[in-house]
Design a protein around this ligand. Structure first.
Ligand code: DBV
Length: 247
């Protein structure tokens, strides 16, 4: 089973169709990585593949796809805009573990408390969010420290049926991504130096949080070792600091 492959295929195809995409470099050794886990009949291969693109307005569009049979499927898909746009991040964390499915889909705001920002980037998708919440109810327990990074339209749910992932979650993923592409198409570059500084600060704070608290760190370290995992996190998954240092 490759549960999230159609999500990834859809995302890349629709982005390619609607935006001017170019490849984003994937550092050597991170395009595809495999390890085996379990013994004898229970041995499984854990494969992690990476996918990267960019566009004139979107600095990095990247996915990590982890696959190890029916009980471990993960697609982490994030879009990081260029620092001269105040666009939110697109964030999808689609996780299937032996314990069940865990789904997070959002347009994560740079300025959580700004009414004007919400009016532009959250209000338009609230009707869609409310529709999906009817079939994908709030997933409960959620780290309080992550709160500032999510929008009012944060879809957080733990479906119990595989069928709901293939239907409602897939539709929600498509709906959020389509709306995000619309925001990106309309976005105008920011030129005000103070606003640019505020965007950079907000992007760095988001990236640092995600890199530091990456919920996949434990899993990736177990399969691929600490050295590979830390380099993957800071050199590809959440690479803004490296990118700014290199500039
Ligand atoms: N999450 C990532 C990356 C992953 C990934 C890069 C490469 O950011 C996978 C893979 N997420 C992943 C896995 C789990 C979660 C869980 C494997 C399960 C961890 C486990 O149970 O062992 C949203 N993802 C989660 C959780 C949340 C999110 C809240 C539950 C973790 C917990 O309860 O502590 N997505 C996550 C998050 C942000 C986001 C915190 C942003 C601030 O966008």
């Amino acid at each position: 089973m490759t549960l999230y492959q159609p999500f990834l295929d859809y995302a890349i195809a629709t982005l390619q169709e609607r935006l001017d995409l170019s490849p984003y470099p994937i550092p050597d050794g991170f395009e595809s990585k495999t390890a085996t886990t379990g013994k004898g009949k229970r041995e499984v291969t854990v494969q992690t593949t990476s996918h990267g693109y960019c566009s004139p307005k979107l600095r990095q569009i990247r996915a990590a796809h982890v696959q190890a049979g029916d009980s471990l499927q993960v697609l982490n898909f994030v879009i990081f805009p260029h620092l001269n746009y105040d666009l939110p991040f697109f964030g999808g964390d689609l996780v299937t573990l032996p314990g069940g499915h865990l789904i997070a889909i959002d347009m994560q705001p740079l300025f959580r408390d700004s009414r004007d920002y919400q009016a532009r980037y959250s209000d338009p998708i609230m009707p869609m969010f409310e529709q999906y919440q009817k079939v994908l109810p709030w997933g409960g327990d959620f780290p309080a420290e992550a709160q500032p990074f999510f929008s009012p339209a944060f879809l957080w749910t733990r479906p119990t049926e595989l069928e709901d992932v293939n239907t409602h979650v897939f539709n929600a993923f498509k709906g959020y991504l389509d709306a995000y592409i619309g925001f990106a198409q309309q976005a105008q570059p920011v030129t005000d130096p103070e606003r640019l500084k505020a965007i950079e600060t907000a992007q760095l704070s988001y990236i640092r949080y995600r890199a530091e608290k990456d919920p996949a760190r434990g899993m990736l370290t177990r399969y691929y070792g600490a050295e590979w995992t830390e380099e993957y996190i800071h050199g590809f998954l959440f690479d803004l600091e490296r990118h700014l240092q290199a500039a």
